[in-house]
Write a protein that binds this ligand. Structure first.
Ligand SMILES: CC(C)(COP(=O)(O)OP(=O)(O)OC[C@H]1O[C@@H](n2cnc3c(N)ncnc32)[C@H](O)[C@@H]1OP(=O)(O)O)[C@@H](O)C(=O)NCCC(=O)NCCS
Length: 173
């Protein structure tokens, strides 16, 4: 497999065609139920309807016109410094090339700039998610709470946590 990171452009805005594109990307991973795919689409719709005030931020990785991956994240209602990474997904055929890492690192930078100092990610204990869990751990996320049988009997919810260094104040010129 060619592991070279393709040259990607990161985009923070979303537009109406992104509802379909993100829906197709998420559905194509084979990781998510129809209901979860619907939620991924709804978050884009909500952002388009309500703007940034809805609290859903996006980062899309593209090459040319193709969407290769994306994240959706935002501050939680619990605390403004605590952010959730709601979604991260990379196109099946493009995994293992560093796109997920580039997206996660760029998302963390944006969270820090917005005053966030901690990110939570929820994921499943299913064996299918083992590479995903390795990915989070490689990026410094530690497993926090485990909610037994949360998704289904025998399928736990893991909450991964990463503390981020606070943004450095800008030096006066
Ligand atoms: C998780 C995901 C976003 C990672 O994106 P990616 O572009 O494949 O990740 P990268 O190429 O940046 O991988 C970085 C590291 O993750 C780990 N990793 C990635 N794929 C792995 C695999 N199949 N097995 C083990 N580790 C893996 C490795 O540590 C890798 O580091 P290395 O390249 O030095 O070996 C992507 O695989 C994906 O979309 N998965 C399906 C959807 C999903 O699980 N989303 C999260 C829901 S909670």
């Amino acid at each position: 497999m060619d592991r070279k990171l393709p040259s990607i452009i990161l985009r923070e805005t979303v537009a109406t065609p992104d509802i379909e594109r993100i829906g197709a990307l998420v559905a194509g991973t084979g990781f998510f139920s129809d209901e979860e795919v619907g939620i991924a689409r709804e978050l884009v719709e909500e952002r388009l309807a309500k703007g940034i005030a809805c609290g859903y931020h996006f980062l899309l990785a593209e090459t040319g016109r193709a969407l290769l991956g994306y994240t959706c994240y935002g501050p939680t209602d619990d605390a403004p410094w605590l952010f959730d990474l709601y979604w991260i997904a990379v196109l099946d055929s493009c995994r293992g090339k560093g796109i997920g890492s580039a997206l996660l690192t760029a998302t963390e930078r944006r969270v820090t700039r917005m005053g966030g100092t901690r990110i939570h990610i929820e994921t499943s204990s299913r064996p299918q998610y083992l590479p995903t869990r390795c990915f989070y751990e490689k990026h410094g996320y530690r497993r926090g709470a485990v909610h037994k049988n949360f998704y289904a009997p025998g399928e736990d919810r893991y909450v991964y946590i990463k503390d981020l260094a606070p943004a450095q104040p800008q030096k006066a010129a």
